[in-house]
Design a protein around this ligand. Structure first.
Ligand code: ADE
Length: 299
C-alpha cells in the first residue's frame, strides 16, 4: 500500500538523539496530529543549539504515529539541502517518536507576507525596498524543489505557510507531512478527508482521486506560492470550496487572476506552472532560471 516505503534501521540509528538532551520550550505550531515546540539541544562539544521538535499529541492514534514515521523516512530519503529544513536528529527510544528539526528563527513566509501587507498600508516604499528579499526566497524555494525532484520526492504541500525563514533570511521548505516517495509509490489515493488537503494549492492531478503525483505537481503549487507572494499572503480562490468545484473550474480554464503587484512576465510564469497537463509545465530548474532572469517581477 501507499505506506510501504521503508528505511534502513541503521539510517535511523545514525541520527538518534537521546531525548534527555532536549530542554523543551514554547509551542511553535500545532497541526492535526502533533505539535512543534521550540527546544534547546544540549551538545557538550559543539555547544547547545536551538531546535524545533515535532512530536505527537499524547493521545495520538496509530495513524498519526505511522504518519510521523513516514515523514521521518521522507526526510531521511531527502538528505540535506540548504533550502530544505534539516533533520538534526530522531528520538525513538524510551518514548514516542520525535523529530529534531532545524529551527527557523523568522517563522513562516505567510506571516512575513502579512506583516509586509500591514506595513505597506502606511509606507508603500517598503515593497520596493524588500522586493529583492522575496525574489531571493522564491529562487531558494525553487532550489529546494530541484533537490526534492532529484530525490524523486513530491512534497504535495508547497505553500507560503510551509516555507520557513531561517537566520540570514534563507528560505527553507518545511513540513513533509504529506510528502511522498514517487519512486516507491508512484500512485496513491487521497487518504485524508478533503478538508484536510491543501486543495487550493493542488494540481488537478492531485484533486482527482488516485491520480499520479509527480514533481510537476509541486511546480503547480509553486505557481500558487508566487501568487501568494504577489498578493501579500491573501488566500487563493476566495469563496471557492471543494475539490470538485476547484477541479471543474481549472478544467474550464479558470485560473487565479493576475495580482496587481506583479509584472506581466511574472504572471506568465505562474500560468506556465498552471498548465493543466503536467507535461506542459516547466520543471523547477526552468522556473528558477526564469525567476533569476526577471529579478523585479514582484511589487
Ligand atoms: N514551526 C514549525 N516548524 C518550525 C521550525 N522548524 N522552526 C520554527 N518554527 C517552526
Amino acid at each position: 500500500g501507499p505506506s510501504s516505503i521503508s528505511i534502513d534501521i541503521d539510517m535511523l540509528k545514525e541520527r538518534e538523539v537521546d531525548r534527555t538532551r532536549l530542554q523543551i520550550g514554547q509551542l511553535l505550531g500545532e497541526g492535526a496530529f502533533g505539535h512543534v515546540v521550540k527546544a534547546t539541544l544540549e551538545q557538550p562539544e559543539e555547544g547547545d543549539v536551538v531546535v524545533a521538535v515535532k512530536k505527537l499529541k499524547d493521545d495520538a492514534e496509530t495513524t498519526a504515529r505511522t504518519a510521523l514515521l513516514r515523514e521521518t523516512c521522507i526526510m531521511l530519503l531527502c538528505g540535506d539541502h540548504d533550502n530544505v529544513i534539516g533533520l538534526k536528529g530522531i528520538c525513538f527510544r524510551d518514548g514516542p517518536l520525535q523529530l529534531v528539526l532545524e529551527y527557523a528563527e523568522h517563522g513562516c513566509l505567510l506571516h512575513l507576507l502579512w506583516t509586509l501587507r500591514a506595513e505597506s498600508k502606511t509606507n508603500m516604499a517598503v515593497l520596493s525596498n524588500k522586493r529583492h528579499i522575496f525574489e531571493t526566497m522564491m529562487v531558494e524555494v525553487c532550489s529546494g524543489l530541484e533537490h526534492l525532484a532529484s530525490s524523486r520526492l513530491v512534497h504535495r504541500d508547497i505553500a507560503a505557510r510551509n516555507i520557513l525563514i531561517c537566520g540570514r533570511g534563507t528560505a527553507k521548505i518545511a513540513d513533509f507531512g504529506l510528502a511522498r516517495d514517487t519512486y516507491a509509490v508512484g500512485y496513491h489515493r487521497q487518504e485524508r478527508g478533503n478538508d484536510l488537503l491543501p486543495l487550493k494549492w493542488m494540481a488537478p492531478e492531485g484533486l482527482k482521486n488516485a491520480a499520479k503525483f509527480t514533481p510537476k505537481s509541486d511546480v503547480w503549487s509553486f505557481g500558487v506560492l508566487l501568487w501568494e507572494v504577489a498578493q501579500l499572503g491573501r488566500t487563493p480562490y476566495p469563496g471557492m470550496d471543494g475539490a470538485d468545484r476547484i477541479y471543474d473550474a481549472l478544467r474550464n480554464h479558470f485560473r487565479l487572476p493576475q495580482p496587481r503587484l506583479c509584472t506581466e512576465q511574472r504572471y506568465r510564469l505562474m500560468q506556465q506552472c498552471w498548465k493543466f497537463n503536467e507535461k506542459n509545465r516547466p520543471d523547477a530548474t526552468t522556473v528558477r532560471k526564469q525567476l533569476e532572469a526577471d529579478p523585479n517581477g514582484f511589487f
